[in-house]
Design a protein around this ligand. Structure first.
Ligand code: RET
Length: 274
């Protein structure tokens, strides 16, 4: 009957303790969360120590943005490990796992909307960009994460899941354009090209991994069926894109602080003005 059909498309009503138990039963899945909680914790302590002597206000902002990355991450992974931000969702007809309950780590997509803007803020400030490009990169990035969240949570239509995915990719292209075309010019003018280009390559290569994992994972084409593999793929990308990225940035910053100019938005030091 209609009520039974309607219920079929509701997110399955697993309670949080039940989700938590499922996570506990999957050792490798659980480890993919706890490995990141541990690494984020160590990163926070190391970064606090590294940044203790910074003086210039723009360098301090880069430092705070960089420090926020492991702080958001430890919170994000605590949400996953506790089952708070995981749901079992029934995939719509047309999906490779149609009718099956797929473990969806939607907390990842939600918290990317908080962590990735911090990465871009740090990179944009390092490149000495202007407010317009910084705003554009960060808003497109947040839109990318939120539409990615929508793709993962849409269970009404298989086509619309991929339409959300397509929208998210479009926003991602804006971010890639700024990272690959705009900010390298700005960094050249600011004298930070060497470190910027290293971090740019690391960021672009790692970030490209996320939509690939989404596409191949259980929520997309389900080529990678075991959810622990998908989770580890994201966890490894996170380790490089967040902790290693942040360490390289801070390590450069503490010994090259004099290269970073003080604030002066109106002066527009970006290459676009030159
Ligand atoms: C999704 C799926 C939809 C299409 C695209 C995606 C891109 C995600 C990216 C995530 C980066 C995350 C990072 C997290 C660190 O905290 C949402 C997977 C384009 C690029 C760096």
């Amino acid at each position: 009957d209609a009520a039974a059909v309607a219920q079929l498309w509701q997110p399955l009503e697993l309670t949080q303790p039940e989700v938590y138990e499922q996570v506990q039963d999957d050792f490798l899945l659980n480890l993919s969360f706890w490995a990141n909680i541990a690494l984020a914790g160590i990163s926070i302590l190391v970064f606090l120590y590294m940044g203790r002597n910074l003086e210039n206000s723009k360098s301090k902002l880069i430092f705070v943005a960089t420090l926020m990355v492991p702080l958001v991450s430890i919170s994000s992974y605590t949400g996953l490990a506790s089952g708070l931000t995981i749901s079992f969702l029934e995939m719509p007809p047309g999906h490779a796992l149609a009718g099956e309950e797929v473990l969806t780590m939607w907390g990842r997509y939600l918290t990317w909307a908080l962590s990735t803007p911090m990465i871009l803020l740090a990179l944009g400030l390092l490149a000495g960009t202007n407010l317009t490009k910084l705003f554009t990169a960060i808003t497109a990035d947040i839109a990318m994460c939120v539409t990615g969240l929508a793709a993962a949570l849409t269970v009404s239509s298989h086509g619309l899941r991929w339409f959300w995915y397509f929208l998210s990719c479009t926003f991602f292209l804006v971010v890639l354009y700024i990272l690959l075309v705009e900010w390298p010019k700005d960094a050249e003018a600011a004298g930070t090209a060497e470190i910027f280009n290293l971090l740019k390559i690391l960021t672009v290569v790692m970030w490209l991994g996320y939509p690939i994992v989404w596409g191949l994972g259980a929520e997309g084409l389900a080529v990678l069926e075991a959810v622990w593999i998908t989770s580890w793929a994201y966890s490894v990308l996170d380790i490089v894109a967040k902790y290693i990225f942040a360490f390289l940035l801070l390590n450069w910053l503490v010994s090259n602080e004099s290269i970073i100019s003080e604030f002066g938005w109106s002066a527009d030091t970006g290459a676009g003005a030159a």
